[in-house]
Design a protein around this ligand. Structure first.
Ligand code: HEC
Length: 153
């Protein structure tokens, strides 16, 4: 008698949609996570490429005075091996200011960010005629670019 009044409850197929939903959700989740990995990796590559492009554009402000590694003589020292280098010690460059030579700075992410943001604040009597880069995103890109490019032999 209950069967007749509530056919859906008694029907063997009645519960199927409820089981299908989680199954579909699981399948979708599995598909998404399978897709997410290569997508994430591709995005990281895009980000890195953009950083290098922006950094190279920013370095246009420096390249009249600096070679990334080595090259023809310029007003400023070559930046070869910059990270980890002591300020004012590039061999073959003899125009460092006394202030730079005496600064005691070792170039790393932090010291370079401060110097390039405001050279005169970090080395007040230094001789680099450059106003500085105030835009944080540009500075980040420039530092990433310098790190990649000045490490070349
Ligand atoms: C007008 C020329 C000029 C421009 C433009 C310029 N620099 Fe310099 N840079 C110099 C000179 C000259 C020095 C040496 C400063 C001193 O001895 O006080 C120097 C020093 C440096 C140093 C210290 C290097 C060392 O061996 O200790 C770094 C790093 C540096 N510059 C990076 C940059 C970057 C990056 C840019 C662009 C955002 C830039 N400079 C723009 C002329 C320039």
């Amino acid at each position: 008698m209950t069967d007749a009044r509530h056919p859906r409850l008694a029907h063997p197929d009645a519960r199927r949609p409820r089981l299908l939903l989680p199954a579909a959700a699981l399948a979708a989740a599995a598909l998404l996570s399978a897709l997410a990995m290569p997508q994430g990796a591709a995005r990281a590559e895009d980000d890195q490429a953009k950083l290098m492009k922006d950094g190279a554009r920013s370095f246009n402000k420096c390249k009249a005075c600096h070679n990334l590694v080595s090259g023809p003589k310029r007003m400023g020292p070559d930046l070869k091996g910059l990270f980890g280098r002591k300020a004012g010690t590039y061999e073959g460059y003899d125009k460092y200011s006394d202030a730079m030579k005496a600064s005691g700075i070792v170039w790393d992410d932090e010291t370079l960010a401060a110097y390039l943001e405001n050279p005169k604040k970090v080395v007040p009597k230094g001789s680099m005629a450059f106003a500085g880069i105030r835009k944080e995103s540009e500075l980040t890109a420039l530092l990433a670019y310098l790190k990649a490019e000045t490490a070349a032999p």
